[in-house]
Design a protein around this ligand. Structure first.
Ligand SMILES: NC(=O)c1ccc[n+]([C@@H]2O[C@H](COP(=O)([O-])OP(=O)(O)OC[C@H]3O[C@@H](n4cnc5c(N)ncnc54)[C@H](O)[C@@H]3O)[C@@H](O)[C@H]2O)c1
Length: 260
């Protein structure tokens, strides 16, 4: 299937995890890519994974650098003649108790996850508006809708992404630009692996609270992005598609441990 054949898609955070899976997904569906990540080595590794013949530009810049991002979008438009879609996946997580949280770290998380998402949305939409069409997918989180201990900055940033998405959907809908988010639960990526390695993420406990009894795979999140970018979602904007195995639906207890 080449459902996104010729579609010009910008993906941030494309060097790892969900962004990398999105790059592979859209490349597999025939899209032309522009990949952004602050980590040049990770970006190169993603480029190596794309199917032969994939058209892909890449830029090792931070989403927080509005001048660089404007340049990336301008270069993409110059190369491809326009920009049809964005997947905003660049993000960071910090886990520290709120009473000890450092203000500079709090600012950094908000800067990357929320301000960076906004910077890319605005830069892309300034071109999309000329074509009168476009689709933006922001990767929010179940923690855009819930609080969690020791994740104050992360939850605040993702709550911001949810309502940024709502606001842009409302303002840009009449201009032909759809803006949605995908809200994943814990997903098997380097971000989560880093938390597992530090002993602060318990896959078993998360799985027991999840009706589908597992965490997500990055390819499942990428597929949801594909749906929201695609023509099938032509009447969908301001929506938050949970890829969470039922996490947000569940107000009940964890399942007991096996054997308990
Ligand atoms: N993995 C999860 O469990 C999970 C759950 C919910 C939401 N999310 C969100 O999904 C998105 C992707 O997460 P992931 O798990 O793939 O993370 P990841 O750490 O595996 O990959 C994130 C990528 O973003 C890049 N990045 C970080 N800061 C950047 C910046 N300033 N500019 C450009 N690139 C930058 C990193 O270099 C990395 O390649 C994030 O926004 C994250 O908050 C992840």
């Amino acid at each position: 299937m080449q459902r996104h054949k010729g579609r010009r898609v910008l993906i941030t955070g494309a060097g790892n995890g969900i962004g990398m899976a999105a790059a592979c997904f859209f490349a597999g569906e025939g899209a032309r890519l522009c990949l952004v990540d602050v980590d040049a080595g990770a970006l190169a590794a993603t480029l190596d994974k794309l199917p032969p013949g994939t058209e892909a530009l890449s830029h090792a810049v931070s989403v927080t650098d509005e001048v660089a991002i404007a340049g990336v979008v301008d270069a993409m438009v110059a190369a491809y003649g326009g920009i049809d879609a964005v997947v905003n996946s660049a993000g960071v997580v910090v886990v520290e108790p709120a009473l000890e949280a450092r203000i500079d770290i709090f600012r950094e998380v908000i800067e990357v996850n929320l301000v960076g998402t906004w910077i890319v949305c605005q830069a892309a939409a300034r071109h999309m508006v000329k074509a009168g069409s476009g689709a933006i997918v922001n990767i929010s989180s179940v923690y855009g809708f819930q609080g969690a201990p020791s994740r104050t900055a992360y939850c605040a940033s993702k709550g911001g992404v949810v309502n940024l998405t709502n606001s842009l959907a409302v303002e840009w809908g009449p201009l032909g630009i759809r803006v949605n988010s995908v809200a994943p639960t814990g997903t098997r990526t380097p971000m989560v692996q880093g938390l597992i390695d530090r002993g602060i993420y318990d896959v078993d406990a998360v799985s027991r609270r999840t009706p589908l009894r597992r965490i997500a795979e990055p390819e499942e999140v990428a597929a949801a992005c594909g749906f929201l970018v695609g023509d099938e979602a032509g009447m969908t904007t301001g929506h938050h598609l949970a890829v969470d195995g039922g996490w947000l639906a569940n107000g009940f207890l964890m399942a007991p441990k096996a054997g308990a």
